[in-house]
Design a protein around this ligand. Structure first.
Ligand SMILES: Nc1ncnc2c1ncn2[C@@H]1O[C@H](COP(=O)(O)OP(=O)(O)O)[C@@H](O)[C@H]1O
Ligand SMILES: [Mg+2]
Length: 385
């Protein structure tokens, strides 16, 4: 094993196998290619965003000097990854981290029960009856989510004290494992929520400035950086993020999701990989979350302590509102001309459905409020039809 960088497509190559090739994976691929790595981008459909950058079929698998498996999505066979890791394969950040975070039960029990980190009150339920009992115990409002789901799928807020069975049915049709387990969480009346991008690298742990975001129906719409926090709240947030990411281990960037009320910090969940709300770092930081991830996983130096923010900035997503077989994205010129310091990423997805994320507008400004206004106004010019 060598730390040197060889030539892509030769046995000296540093190779990454991306498991998942969405818009976040695409940026990781670009950063890896900037370092001369060879990438095999895998997804379950052809024409995924990262495939437009790099598409090598699995049959072309070649020997390489270093091989890293980089999971980009949660829905993968993490037990297989554990077995491969046991045989010596480098899984990013660790097979255990991908396994624990793909299921809300794994990560919640680790954080709350093993590490003693504050979270919302919660119960895991395996039937409509158990869920109703949890709703009775926790009280309304409460939030019900399939343990295996993301982007708000199957998630609902129960306000009716007898709403357990309806929430069960809603979760069952959306979770990755059908009518499986759900988590019922007490509704947290937070002041704001943040993603704390946390980088575990060869020389220690570094933190990006807190990213604020707005979620609608469990899916992110806008994010911005930095989000103002009190010194105590930020210190609590870092300590919580450090504890969770240390327990997951390995090198890489993690998106730690936290709810903040006053100086109190509640852990919500964590991605052992770049986070969608962190796309804003493509405009605010010299090294985006994707560049930091690639540096960390390859064992390269990452700035120590706090990763500098070069400018306040924001992101606003571009969503489709209907099913489209051949989506056309219009209004990009108007969007980019609508204010200074705007940028846009279009993901090139081959089809659209209601709520599917097709692109993101990025902005910078002297302050976060102006950056948010610019990004939101610009995104409103973009149409998907
Ligand atoms: N217990 C809760 N109390 C209040 N809001 C919540 C709670 N759980 C989730 N949310 C809201 O829903 C969003 C998505 O929930 P999350 O658990 O992060 O699911 P996902 O895995 O789909 O991102 C959160 O970012 C937050 O805005
Ligand atoms: Mg989340």
């Amino acid at each position: 094993m060598t730390d040197a960088f060889g030539v892509p497509s030769r046995p000296t190559a540093v190779r990454l196998i991306m498991l998942g090739s969405g818009e976040l994976g695409r940026e990781v691929v670009i950063e890896a290619q900037r370092l001369g790595c060879e990438v095999l981008a895998v997804d379950r459909y052809e024409g995924a965003p990262a495939h437009r950058i790099e598409l090598i079929s699995a049959e072309q698998a070649r020997p390489s000097a270093r091989l890293l498996v980089v999971p980009e999505i949660e829905a993968i066979a993490t037990d297989e990854l554990k077995a491969l890791e046991a045989e010596g394969l480098h899984v990013v950040p660790t097979a255990r981290a991908t396994n624990l975070t793909m299921n809300r039960e794994g990560i919640r029990r680790l954080a709350a029960e093993e590490l003693g980190i504050p979270t919302s009150p919660y119960r895991f339920c395996e039937s409509a009856e158990e869920l109703q009992a949890a709703v009775d115990e926790i009280g309304v409002p409460c939030v019900v989510k399939p343990v295996m789901s993301s982007s708000g799928k199957g998630q609902s807020t129960v306000r009716d004290p007898d709403g357990g069975s309806a929430a069960w049915d809603y979760a069952a049709q959306a979770g990755r494992n059908g009518a499986g387990t759900v988590i019922c969480e007490g509704f947290v009346d937070f002041d704001y929520e943040i993603t704390l991008l946390t980088v575990r690298h060869a020389a220690g742990t570094s933190f990006c400035a807190p990213i604020g975001h707005i979620q609608v129906d469990g899916d992110y719409r806008e994010s911005w950086q930095p989000h103002a926090m009190t010194e105590t709240a930020l210190a609590n947030a870092k300590s919580c993020a450090k504890s969770v990411t240390d327990a997951l281990g390995g090198w890489g960037l993690f998106g730690v999701e936290l709810f903040i009320k006053g100086d109190e910090v509640l852990f919500s969940e964590v991605s052992p990989r770049p986070h969608d709300t962190g796309m804003v770092t493509m405009s605010t930081q010299a090294l985006s979350e994707f560049a930091l991830h690639v540096r960390a996983i390859l064992g390269l130096p990452v700035p120590a302590g706090d990763i500098p923010v070069l400018s306040a900035g924001a992101s606003c997503v571009v969503l489709a509102d209907r099913d489209l077989a051949d989506p056309m994205i219009d209004g990009v010129s108007e969007a980019l001309a609508s204010a200074p310091n705007l940028d846009i990423r279009l993901f090139g997805k081959p089809d659209a459905r209601p709520g599917r994320r097709m692109g993101v507008v990025l902005s910078t400004a002297d302050d976060v409020d102006t950056a948010r206004d610019r990004a939101r106004n610009a995104a409103a010019h973009v149409t998907v039809s």
